[in-house]
Design a protein around this ligand. Structure first.
Ligand code: ATP
Length: 140
């Protein structure tokens, strides 16, 4: 059987379908670290962490902020079921800056009733949103 030459990428969240495209390559924030997928990849199921997802169509890369969920990889298809996903150009950087400042205050402040894991996740989401939003401007 011939190897596939492209991937169908689908990215959905509980509220919306964000991406349904033919792409050449995808990089994902797996719970065990970032990993890349090219056409013909071995099938796998992985959980996702907070991070940057990019996909490439020819020379053009598109970036999204992702938080939690799962990905199913097949040789010709990548299906991402994310708890949260935003395209770089849709990220509200002011909101992300405010979320970062709140998380910083919580972590730096008195720790008696701090839910550290919650503050850590809020901090990571805000940092990833700011990183991904900056990609929209620079198109690296
Ligand atoms: P905040 O503290 O600013 O409310 P949050 O991290 O608690 O942010 P989430 O629970 O992660 O927010 O997301 C709730 C919804 O808001 C999701 O649909 C998410 O895509 C959207 N969202 C959150 N922050 C941003 C942002 N900075 N830009 C665009 N969409 C955002």
């Amino acid at each position: 059987m011939a190897l596939p030459t492209s991937l169908t990428l689908e990215i959905v969240t509980p509220d919306r379908a964000l991406v349904a495209e033919q792409v050449d390559e995808v990089q994902l924030p797996g719970a065990e670290g970032y990993f890349g997928v090219l056409p013909g990849h071995a099938p796998l199921l992985a959980s996702l962490h907070v991070g940057e997802l990019w996909y490439r169509k020819g020379q053009e890369k598109h970036y999204l902020a992702i938080a939690f969920g799962f990905v199913e990889v097949l040789p010709d298809k990548v299906t991402v079921l994310a708890q949260i996903a935003e395209r770089a150009e849709d990220i509200d950087t002011r909101r992300a800056e405010q979320a970062k400042a709140r998380a910083e205050e919580r972590i730096a402040g008195p720790h008696s009733d701090l839910d550290f894991e919650r503050a850590r996740v809020a901090m990571m989401k805000s940092l990833i949103r700011l990183q991904v939003a900056s990609r929209a401007r620079t198109r690296v």
